[in-house]
Design a protein around this ligand. Structure first.
Ligand SMILES: NC(=O)c1ccc[n+]([C@@H]2O[C@H](COP(=O)([O-])OP(=O)(O)OC[C@H]3O[C@@H](n4cnc5c(N)ncnc54)[C@H](O)[C@@H]3O)[C@@H](O)[C@H]2O)c1
Length: 435
């Protein structure tokens, strides 16, 4: 490839990762699934766009006394199955298109897992690393204030996503409680999920998405007579999803051989100590500079030979070029939408199996649902009970997806979408459209 073509390709990848065509990618995946099921014409139309798109521009006074205007989004894709549900992302690449795609993915994820929620997503365009803790708190509170009654404990329930965490959720909850004259404040804690344990969170929520990634891998391993003990894997993203998946995989004897995050890529064919890497990332903010590893380029990271690759960072990372370099047997999408359409075509040609985002990273919303139920009933479940319930729901969804894929001879993503859309279609079929 000429240098010009190569730099154009890089530019196009960069614009993809900024979310310009993430929604189109999602729609193409959705429409591919529609070829395998009978869907009512009006349901096709309804699901093709979100129900509500809320955009707020709000000012915040920064530590240096200056004001900055932020743009925040809350996209409510569909709520026929239950209240809108989905994360809040703080990242400089957040766009309307990106949040629309993420909201739709939530609708189908909940339907596939049989979680009685609909789909939503939110975000604020900001580089969270450039703001102080008190600035992030002010941004969170002002965003929550401006969303007003567009969120609510029975209507639309946010959760953490990239760049947000349990502390951000607790600030959202506290702001919401102070804005509303509520008789039973404690029961309203379910306005958000992913809270800290002390402020009404659930045991197991912090690790839930990573735990669900591992449950998905275990189902695949059982199906394929594959031993996880001694298996090798690579990980893009060492945040909430990636680090918890890695910690659990270590206990099962799998070996992490390369990691990439926003600070760089590191590799060690002999295996990386996940506990020590976690301490390093906590102390320094990223994987870069971790000793006992070699620094590698992004291309070397993607080309690393391994059994399993877990993308757990951002969308549209595995494009045609990256997919053609990959040397693994299985991709497990901890992230939402990490694979482009061209990337997926190459993976299928190469015989690399994909456990798609709808399935692989659903553990977070499942345990968010458990948190919401516990808050509603003033209950506190034990971790063992949460893990067992999560495992049951992940296993059921995995086998629903695989059964469809086998019966209709489709890839797993098409099957996951088809099962989910089929369930939503049945509800629309029974209820009809008002008026
Ligand atoms: N947190 C959840 O419960 C949850 C649930 C379902 C899906 N997800 C999805 O998982 C993914 C990760 O979410 P998270 O909650 O772990 O976020 P996080 O903010 O905790 O971690 C994000 C990770 O991605 C890395 N990253 C960011 N930009 C990158 C880049 N350009 N290149 C390489 N790495 C980069 C960061 O360094 C970090 O390690 C997202 O796609 C999110 O939507 C999260």
């Amino acid at each position: 490839m000429s240098k010009k073509a190569s730099s154009e390709k890089q530019a196009s990848r960069n614009s993809q990762t900024q979310g310009t065509d993430f929604f189109d990618t999602h729609i193409a995946q959705y429409e591919r699934a529609l070829q395998h099921i009978d869907v009512l014409p009006h349901v096709r139309l309804i699901l093709g766009q979100p129900k509500n798109e809320i955009i707020v521009n709000f000012p915040v006074k920064l530590d240096n006394g200056e004001y900055q205007l932020f743009t925040g989004y809350r996209i409510q894709h569909n709520n026929i199955m239950g209240p809108y549900k989905g994360g809040i992302r703080f990242h400089h690449d957040v766009t309307l298109n990106e949040v629309k795609a993420l909201a739709a993915i939530m609708t189908y994820k909940c339907a596939l897992l049989e979680v009685p929620f609909g789909g939503a997503k939110g975000g604020v365009a900001l580089n969270v690393h450039k703001f102080s803790r008190s600035e992030v708190e002010k941004i969170t509170r002002r965003f929550t204030h401006d969303l007003g009654n567009n969120i609510g404990p029975e209507y639309d329930i946010p959760a953490p996503d990239v760049g947000t965490n349990s502390q951000v959720m607790v600030w959202m909850m506290d702001t919401y409680m102070n804005m509303h004259n509520l008789s039973d404040k404690n029961a309203q804690r379910r306005i958000v999920t992913g809270k800290s344990l002390t402020s009404g969170g659930s045991r197991g929520r912090e690790k839930a998405t990573g735990q669900g990634v591992v449950y998905s891998i275990q189902e695949w391993a059982d199906e394929n007579n594959f031993r996880l003990d001694g298996a090798t894997y690579t990980l893009q993203g060492f945040g909430n999803v990636g680090s918890h998946a890695a910690a659990i995989l270590s206990k099962l004897g799998a070996s992490l051989v390369a990691v990439m995050d926003h600070t760089g890529s590191i590799a060690n064919e002999e295996g990386i100590n996940v506990r020590k890497l976690t301490e390093h990332v906590k102390a320094t903010g990223g994987v870069r500079g971790y000793t006992s590893c070699n620094d590698v380029t992004a291309d070397e990271f993607w080309a690393m030979k391994c059994d399993i690759c877990i993308p757990a960072a951002l969308e549209l990372q595995i494009d045609e070029r990256v997919a053609s370099m990959m040397n693994c047997r299985l991709i497990v999408e901890g992230a939402n939408g990490p694979t482009t359409l061209d990337g997926e075509r190459v993976l299928i040609e190469k015989g690399i199996e994909v456990i798609p985002d709808l399935m692989a990273n659903a553990g977070g919303v499942v345990v968010s649902y458990f948190e919401w139920v516990q808050n509603k009933r003033s209950e506190s479940w034990q971790l063992q009970e949460i893990d067992e319930r999560l495992h049951f729901m992940m296993r059921r969804a995995y086998h629903d997806m695989r059964a469809f894929a086998r019966e209709h001879n489709t890839d797993n993503r098409t099957a996951a979408y088809a099962v989910a859309v089929g369930r939503i279609n049945s509800v629309y079929g029974e209820r009809g459209i008002f008026p």
